[in-house]
Design a protein around this ligand. Structure first.
Ligand code: ADP
Ligand code: MG
Length: 588
């Protein structure tokens, strides 16, 4: 049983227990608020903690859920159980619109944009006559099932925490799945994820939507619990507090949201009473103290409070339950000698600089072709033109006979071209197995909802089996459950190769795989390359290390100043005076 499941079971057992205990009503009410706040900040754990997208505007989505049910139940007499879904629909529409507009922004623009629309919605709620302006709407009915009022006290506590626990389970399931790994890879920058065939923008919109829906449900609950709604509960101050909760609790941990919500709520209440007594005047000073507490916490415990617990009880290795799973289907192999890649007069200009000057070459199936040349020759640029990371100024690239000139990198990867990176790009806090499974992303299809509901188990087992198989193929079967961040450089580079192999590629592109390796690690790499060669893999190898290139390549393409200097077998190239001149600076 994983650590997560233990907490889950404890929590599920605790809820009815707490409801039955003779706790004062005040404490039940506190727990109700904590549950509601935790629901919102749990969405933020996914969005900000896992996905790396900071939002100060979450309170606005709480507002949409709350106002929708308030207005509808008061004005149309609709049942609150139906208005929940209307609220979710409205939230979906607004989250999609806001998401599509703002999520392409990078750096600090996104948090600023969330502040902007958070404020905009606050003023909208405060100025609409139909919504009661800044007084809000009063006299909502409590939630009930038949004659039983479950909208207050202990029964509401059970309802609210049951929803919270269900949400936590859905999120935990999601994070431990194919789309979940894609979401966890967002923080590593889009280049790697896109190269694995992941549509990063779509996932950003998705987690933005999921977080908004969590907030909307909380708003619906809150409205019927308080039986009144007014804009102050949905303004920027609350938006900031929700983010506080997520960050203080431990922004990458689902359970951290509950700890954070509890702490902020209790501290907030305490300070509201204690501070005026201390300072002698009243005002919103608690915000300042909370702010200082958050700064200190981020400085001394940047991963939040829950990270302490997480370190104390490290997750045991994942249970291997995929031994019996069916193998994933494989692509048709190219016939030996068939041209896998045809690069035709490809050109790239950066302003006035011609970085790649009408380069042409082919890669026949089953061969290792080395792309070499002095520093600045244009090797990496050529690599990026082929893999679709950079747009071409002119020229054409064909892959297995198909024109891929204009395709983006994720579409190219879907066709069976896999790559590694000059600077290793991995998710350090995922295990080696999970990192490698990311490479098999395009070979699965189950989405977010299936993963939340755990109906993806069969596919998940097949993906894991494939990841393990590829790791064993390159001799890394002993590292499955190690965190990727704990690996030395050599194994990290091999892990990237396993990840690339997981996409079942017809062509493997390796960008300086020997860079930074020690002698022994380089020997291991050569071993792996020879083995892949023996298995008939086609490889394009961009590499600095001449010994390695001469050792493993069947053919070499030599570049200098963006142009093709010569091509041929390693022996031919070594004997070529022009190459010696380019490398050694000697005259022909
Ligand atoms: P190599 O990988 O062979 O060392 P590169 O492909 O990285 O060479 O670079 C080729 C040339 O293109 C260099 O002169 C480099 O400065 C230039 N270059 C590469 N990327 C860019 C860029 N994004 N903008 C402008 N110039 C670039
Ligand atoms: Mg380079």
């Amino acid at each position: 049983m994983t650590r997560q499941r233990v907490f889950l079971l404890l929590l599920i057992a605790a809820v009815p227990l707490v409801a039955l205990l003779p706790l004062p009503d005040f404490w039940i009410a506190q727990l109700n608020y904590i549950g509601l706040y935790a629901l919102v900040s749990m969405g933020l754990v996914l969005l900000t903690g896992v996905g790396g997208l900071t939002s100060f505007g979450q309170a606005a989505f709480v507002g949409i859920g709350a106002y929708t049910t308030a207005w509808l139940t008061l004005n149309t007499g609709m049942s609150p159980w139906l208005t929940l879904f209307v609220g979710l629909a409205l939230t979906t529409i607004s989250a999609l619109i806001v998401g599509f507009v703002t999520l392409r922004m990078s750096g600090h623009y996104l948090p600023l944009a969330t502040i902007a629309w958070g404020l905009a919605l606050y003023y909208l709620m405060g100025n609409l006559d139909a919504l009661g302006k800044y007084d809000g709407l009063l006299g909502l009915e409590s939630l009930s099932v038949g004659p039983i009022d479950i909208g207050q006290g202990r029964l509401f506590f059970v309802l609210c925490w049951a929803i919270l626990i269900a949400g936590a389970m859905a999120l935990l399931n999601l994070l431990d799945s194919r789309p979940g790994r894609a979401i966890r890879s967002l923080k590593g920058g889009s280049q790697m994820a896109e190269a694995m065939g992941i549509n990063t923008f779509r996932y950003k919109v998705t987690i933005f939507l999921v977080a908004a829906l969590f907030a909307s449900v909380a708003g619906w609950l809150l409205a019927h619990f308080q039986r009144t709604v007014n804009p102050s509960a949905f303004g920027l101050k609350m938006g900031i507090e929700y983010l506080f909760m997520a960050v203080i609790g431990g922004v990458g941990h689902v359970w951290g949201a509950m700890v954070g919500a509890g702490l902020v709520k209790l501290l907030d209440d305490y300070l509201q009473v204690a501070l005026p007594a201390l300072i002698g005047t009243s005002g919103s000073y608690e915000v300042i103290v909370l702010g200082i507490a958050m700064v200190l916490l981020l400085k001394y415990m940047p991963e939040g409070l829950w990270s302490v617990v997480a370190r104390r009880f490290p997750a045991p290795p994942r249970r291997v339950d995929w031994q019996q799973a069916a193998d994933l289907p494989m692509r048709a192999r190219p016939a030996p000698g068939e041209p896998v890649l045809q690069v035709d007069k490809v050109r790239k200009e950066f302003g006035g600089l011609v970085a790649v000057n009408d380069i042409s070459f082919d890669i026949p199936a089953g061969r290792i072709v080395g792309l070499i040349g002095p520093n600045g020759a244009g090797k990496s640029t050529t690599f990026n033109l082929i893999t679709g990371v950079l747009g071409k100024t002119s020229g054409q690239v064909r892959f297995r006979g198909r024109d891929i000139t204009a395709l983006p990198s994720r579409a190219i990867s879907r066709q069976g071209m896999a790559r590694t990176f000059q600077h290793v790009k991995m998710i350090a806090d995922m295990t080696v197995l999970e990192n490698v499974a990311l490479g098999a992303y395009t070979r699965g299809s189950r989405g977010v909802l299936a993963s939340m509901l755990r109906t993806n188990a069969a596919e998940e087992r097949r993906l894991m089996k494939e990841a393990q198989r590829q790791l064993e193929r390159i001799g890394m079967g002993a590292f499955l459950h190690e965190l990727a961040g704990n690996l030395a450089m050599g194994p990290q580079r091999l892990m990237e190769i396993a990840r690339a192999l997981c996409c079942d590629p017809a062509l493997l592109l390796l960008d300086e795989p020997a860079a930074g390796l020690r002698h022994k690690e380089k020997q291991d790499l050569i071993q792996v390359l020879r083995q892949l060669q023996g298995e008939g893999m086609s490889i394009l190898l961009v590499e600095h290390d001449m010994d390695l290139v001469m050792d493993v390549c069947d053919q070499l393409v030599v570049m200098e100043f963006g142009t093709l200097l010569t091509r041929g077998t390693p022996a031919e190239v070594q004997a070529n005076p022009a190459v010696r001149a380019a490398y050694l600076g000697t005259e022909h």
